[in-house]
Design a protein around this ligand. Sequence first.
Ligand SMILES: Cc1cc2nc3c(=O)[nH]c(=O)nc-3n(C[C@H](O)[C@H](O)[C@H](O)COP(=O)(O)OP(=O)(O)OC[C@H]3O[C@@H](n4cnc5c(N)ncnc54)[C@H](O)[C@@H]3O)c2cc1C
Length: 454
Amino acid sequence: MPNSRHVAIIGGGCAGLSAAVALLERGYAVTIFEASAQLGGRARTVVVKNNNPPQKLDNGQHILLGAYRETLAMLHTIGVDEKAAFLRVPLQISMQSGRTKTEFSLKSAHHLPAPLNLLFGLLTCKGLSFAERAAAIKLMLQLKRSHYQIAEDSALAQFLIGRKQSPKLIQMLWEPLCLAALNTPIAKASTRVFLNVLRDTFTGQKTNSDFLLPRLDLSQIIAQPASRYIQEKDGVIRLNQRIHSLTVANNALGKESFNLVSSKESYHFSQVILAVSPASAALFLATQPTLKRAYALTQNYTYQPIYTIYLQYAAETKLPEVMTGMTKTPGQADIISQWVFDRGQLCGQNGLLAVIVSAEGQHQNLTQEALALQVAQELAQAFPSLTKPLWHKVIAEKRATFSCVPNCNKPSNKTAQAQLYLAGDYTYADYPATIEGAVRSGIACANLIANCLE
Ligand SMILES: Cc1cc2nc3c(=O)[nH]c(=O)nc-3n(C[C@H](O)[C@H](O)[C@H](O)COP(=O)(O)OP(=O)(O)OC[C@H]3O[C@@H](n4cnc5c(N)ncnc54)[C@H](O)[C@@H]3O)c2cc1C
């Protein structure tokens, strides 16, 4: 009979890693099986070898929030120094257009407690009329009174129009926040989940709304320190070991356990956390009659892409801000670029800009060459001092996150099969696909195991 205090974790993304850390802290043994050659899953660093010299780039520019309580606690546990890992900035949004003009800017008043910090920011923001600022403040006050709850979930665009938010207010404030937080077009995004994010960001401590912008590459912040911590505590990490099948076996005493089979070996465990994406989880769940419901829920998910366009300019190139929103001017054709990050100011990658394009859109019909060219042109219009990029690299994560649509019914961490648990951003009930959702799901699985055995 396998040791009941030794847990198999299938998947070494943020969910699997946080489950491992939480279990090791409680004195359990863990083995992580990861299909790829590195840990980190959708939050990882890749080495682009055809650049000279080879470049280390994140699979996508990530932003964390001060409200990511469990993620920050986990990073502390595994020895990450927050000051070295992140630039922490109080919420500020600056939207630049192709007319080289700042169309909108908002700075939260970080000397005030939440939510006054945001309300003051809305009152004094630039680029909106007094009536638009008043409508945004009124909505935030209504939401606060209703504890950010709504009776019926609906698409966010519909909700905002119903609350008298003008097209410009939606374009400058709500839509960029929706894309950044939910990675889902505002016409499809869940109002309820968006309000959950607003609640966690704008209630409680004022630092909850801080942006944490990585100063190091993602693997240095998550995968590498987690790997060191897990191995120091005698956890086992098996890279390049895709688990192909997971079956339930009965021993002579009628006790159930699991057989895990990879391309290399087979293993026997009495507790398993399946910490993979919903599409990968479905492959395992489909084979177990008891797991029909969880399987059916994984079939509800559709996915949204995130494209990151890296453009390398001359090393002395510097943008006015580390993070700038891109928007169109009234009457101008739609633009593709949404946010641009100056990686030189952030991580010392001088002259490297990372442009984020969240969610589905026309840009998916372009070749990577054409996309990079178009984005470079948009940047040159907004920042005329930019010259021609020296090189570019497009990283297209086609299934970056699940589509965060209204009334998405999510599977729970506990399954109908005893001792089999589901972790992953898609299981964290009230959140969009985020690092925090993934981390919380891993901790929830660790708690379920500990509560069951202790
Ligand atoms: C480009 C991009 C930008 C993003 N930006 C942000 C952001 O700014 N802020 C934010 O909070 N979130 C962001 N996210 C979302 C965030 O990265 C994810 O929500 C989070 O990393 C998901 O973690 P996870 O552990 O649930 O899943 P994953 O990271 O997908 O981990 C699953 C792991 O399981 C492994 N696996 C799959 N099948 C098997 C198998 N059969 N056997 C063994 N291993 C297997 C996979 O290789 C993978 O490593 C972004 C995501 C992307 C892609």
